[in-house]
Design a protein around this ligand. Structure first.
Ligand SMILES: NC(=O)c1ccc[n+]([C@@H]2O[C@H](COP(=O)([O-])OP(=O)(O)OC[C@H]3O[C@@H](n4cnc5c(N)ncnc54)[C@H](O)[C@@H]3O)[C@@H](O)[C@H]2O)c1
Length: 306
């Protein structure tokens, strides 16, 4: 297939590009390299440097006539979304609509949106949280992802756009940027490997659902071909708290560095774990990599590149 991958120089997008290229697809990456890196670009994929929210992106889609689009390009910094919701929405919502507007005239076999499971349910009382739990996001970032999903729903309803939204849990693994605001695994691993104590915001008892990148790539490939359109949680269903994560990483690194505790981040989710029954049933997908195994691979990668 001819496939456009936005955000293909980033963490998740670049792994998906590699998987698509190795399966013989003809891939073009659109990325502005704001958080993505040239070194992540697959040499067998075409690369266009540009912003997804521009008219140029819409024209690119019209010219390329891709059969499928993966939209990973996003403003993903939750704190930035709180202070600059207009910029967040411009990239995340208008960016998606640019792609849709470009694709509608020629038709598209599949659009896959990278949505969020960690920031969309807004303090859910039910854990693991299923897709039909009311989504009332706490952050503008979560709102922009929910709005994107709803746009896709409306286009799907009108029969014009076969779209799948994947609500990712906390994805971790090689190529995740340890310098970014999110990505606690990458950040902690880097600190421990440098002999620095990890910094935990709040009491560390907040939980997250950590899913390994290879499992996420398999979910993306399943979303490309499934006949069952709609919204899917992609996680493990397992809650791990941040204190426990720090303990596991210490064990794997062979260090005993005690965390430093900093003030909690306002508006942060207390607990998060995603129910994955729908993905199991309709995508034939389930996670295969256990947390300890995925953490070990992530540490190996960080050691190899340092
Ligand atoms: N990593 C996670 O745990 C996680 C969880 C839930 C959802 N997501 C979503 O998955 C997607 C990928 O996240 P990631 O962790 O790989 O982040 P990332 O920052 O590594 O990748 C995002 C990519 O998009 C590019 N980009 C950003 N703004 C752009 C713009 N305006 N135009 C074109 N390109 C732009 C960046 O340069 C980068 O290459 C995002 O949509 C994110 O919201 C990630």
């Amino acid at each position: 297939m001819r496939i456009l991958v936005t955000g293909g120089a980033g963490f998740i997008g670049s792994h998906v590009v590699d998987a698509l290229v190795s399966r013989g697809h003809k891939v073009t990456v659109l990325d502005d390299l704001s958080t993505g890196k040239r070194e992540n670009l697959n040499r067998q994929a075409a690369f266009v440097k540009g912003k997804v929210e521009t008219l140029a992106a819409e024209r690119l889609v019209r010219r390329l006539r891709p059969e499928a689009i993966f939209n990973f390009a996003a403003q993903k910094d939750v704190r930035f979304s709180v202070s600059r919701p207009a910029e967040d929405a411009l990239i995340n919502v208008v960016g998606l609509l640019r792609l849709v507007q470009g694709a509608l005239p020629h038709g598209l076999k599949r659009l896959v949106l990278a949505s969020t499971g960690g920031a969309i349910y807004g303090g859910a009382k039910k854990l693991p949280t299923p897709e039909d739990y009311p989504a009332h996001p706490f952050s503008p970032y979560g709102v922009s992802k929910l709005a994107s999903e709803l746009y896709l729903h409306s286009y799907r309803h009108a029969g014009g756009l076969p779209a799948v939204s994947l609500r990712f849990a906390n994805v971790y693994g090689p190529r995740q940027d340890p310098k970014s605001e999110a990505g606690v695994v990458a950040i902690f691993a880097r600190r421990l490997l440098r002999g620095q104590r990890p910094v935990i915001t709040g009491d560390g008892e907040q939980s997250r659902d950590f899913v390994y990148i290879d499992d996420v790539v398999r979910a993306c490939l399943a979303a490309l071909t499934t006949k069952h359109l709609g919204v899917y949680n992609i996680g493990t269903g397992v809650e791990t708290n941040i204190n426990e994560l720090a303990r596991m990483l210490n064990l794997l690194v062979g260090s005993e560095l005690q965390p430093v505790y900093a003030p909690a981040v306002a508006g942060e989710e207390r607990r998060s774990a995603l129910a994955i029954g729908l993905a199991k049933k309709f995508l034939g997908w389930k996670p295969r990599v256990a947390l300890a195994q995925g953490l070990a691979k992530t540490i190996e990668w960080q050691i190899a590149r340092s």
